[in-house]
Design a protein around this ligand. Structure first.
Ligand code: NAP
Ligand code: ZN
Length: 347
């Protein structure tokens, strides 16, 4: 056991503050990672503020981790000291159930072990990436390709895979019209990835404030959802809508924008319900679906895809003492487009 510096929440209402957390000794199949950068995901905020249920404190969040391998266990085969690696939302799963065997560890029947706030196999509570080091079994470590800098790679470990996976699963590509609702951390990666996949991309944002950015990131069209005429203009238009909004929206209004057989896939995870009217679906054989991050194999595929297409996140690098301020800016939809903590400032 060793102790490392971290930034953690101590209750649902207090600001996060510097603290010290424990990391297990490096086991035979473990990798010790010196964390260089950690992204701030809206899920971190939902979790530490108890919006998804009671959290266990102190809790260091962070599941968009990029760093360098500092030590490997005696049986590790995939990684060596000095490798550029990442860790996303999971650090373990049962490895044996039908979903784990398919490489969809996020849907592990026994529940995947989240990077923070989960009960680990040794009974301890996992602690995340707002820290200087982490110990993870090699099966849940990803390789960051040389072409992507570590700071812009960190957000790919959650925002990247969470949007890549549904775009991939629902066939975004040439000839497909894809809308992205919400231009935040997930939304901006959805725009970049859908564009790189060859789809025609439309951003549906609350206002036109970020229109120039949206078009620069790869969108073909940009509409404000605060303008009611948007919903008339775009009725029946899209094959796929990816909703990344962190709050409850009027799902029925967005379902009306789908073509026959279109799908609205929710990745946003607001604590409130998202009520759906049957007629919004049956009127166009439409689907309302959800998607949770992606498996480890698909996460590596996403990282390789991003390297091949020169994609990284648009980031604002902050020091650890700016985390609380960054949370407020995320909540105010004032993020362009991911805050990334330089973990050297935790030293
Ligand atoms: P984010 O950076 O805060 O982006 C969310 C965006 O939603 C905002 O930038 C804003 O975009 C829009 N928005 C916010 N409040 C809104 C409201 N009241 N009405 C309409 N639009 C609103 O958050 P994120 O990190 O991308 O995460 C988004 C959501 O996905 C969170 O709920 C998070 O927990 C969830 N998530 C899910 C998964 C998964 O596996 N399914 C993984 C990661 C995150 P505009 O300003 O453009 O309108
Ligand atoms: Zn996340």
């Amino acid at each position: 056991m060793s102790t490392v510096n971290a930034y953690a929440a101590h209750s649902a209402t207090d600001a996060l503050r510097p603290t010290v957390i424990e990391r297990r000794d490096v086991g035979p199949r473990d990798v010790l990672i010196e964390i260089k950068f950690a992204g701030i995901c809206h899920s971190d905020i939902h979790t530490v503020r108890g919006e998804w249920g009671e959290a266990s404190y102190p809790l260091a969040p962070g599941h968009e981790i990029a760093g360098i391998v500092a030590e490997v266990g005696s049986e590790v085969t995939k990684y060596a000291v000095g490798d550029r690696v990442g860790v996303g939302c999971m650090v373990n799963s049962c490895g044996e159930c039908v979903n784990c065997r398919k490489g969809e560890e996020q849907f592990c029947v026994k529940g995947n072990i989240g990077t923070y706030g989960s009960v680990d196999r040794d009974g301890t509570i996992t602690q995340g990436g707002y820290s200087t080091h982490i110990v993870v079994t090699e099966d849940f470590v990803l390789r960051i390709p040389d072409g992507i800098d570590l700071d812009v790679a960190a957000p790919l470990l959650c925002a990247g895979i969470t949007t890549y996976s549904p775009l991939n699963h629902w066939g975004a590509g040439p000839g497909k019209k894809v809308a992205v609702v919400g231009l935040g951390g997930l939304g901006h990666m959805a725009v970049k990835i859908a564009h790189a996949m060859g789809a025609e991309v439309t951003v549906l944002s609350q206002s036109l404030k970020k229109q120039e950015d949206g078009l620069r990131l790869g969108a073909d069209h940009y509409f404000a959802t605060s303008d009611p005429s948007t919903f008339e203009t775009l009725a029946g238009r899209f094959d796929l809508i990816v909703n990344t909004v962190s709050a409850s929206i009027d799902v029925n209004a967005y379902l009306g924008l789908l073509a026959v057989d279109g799908a609205l896939v929710n990745v946003g995870a607001p604590p409130e319900p998202l009520p759906v009217q049957a007629f919004s679906l049956i009127g166009g054989r439409r689907s309302f679906a959800g998607s949770l991050i992606g498996g480890i194999r698909e996460t590596q595929e996403m990282l390789d895809f991003c390297a091949e297409h020169g994609l990284g996140a648009e980031i604002e690098v902050i020091s650890a003492d700016q985390i609380n301020e960054a949370y407020e800016r995320v909540l105010a939809s004032d993020v362009r487009y991911r805050f990334v903590i330089d973990t050297s400032t935790l030293a």
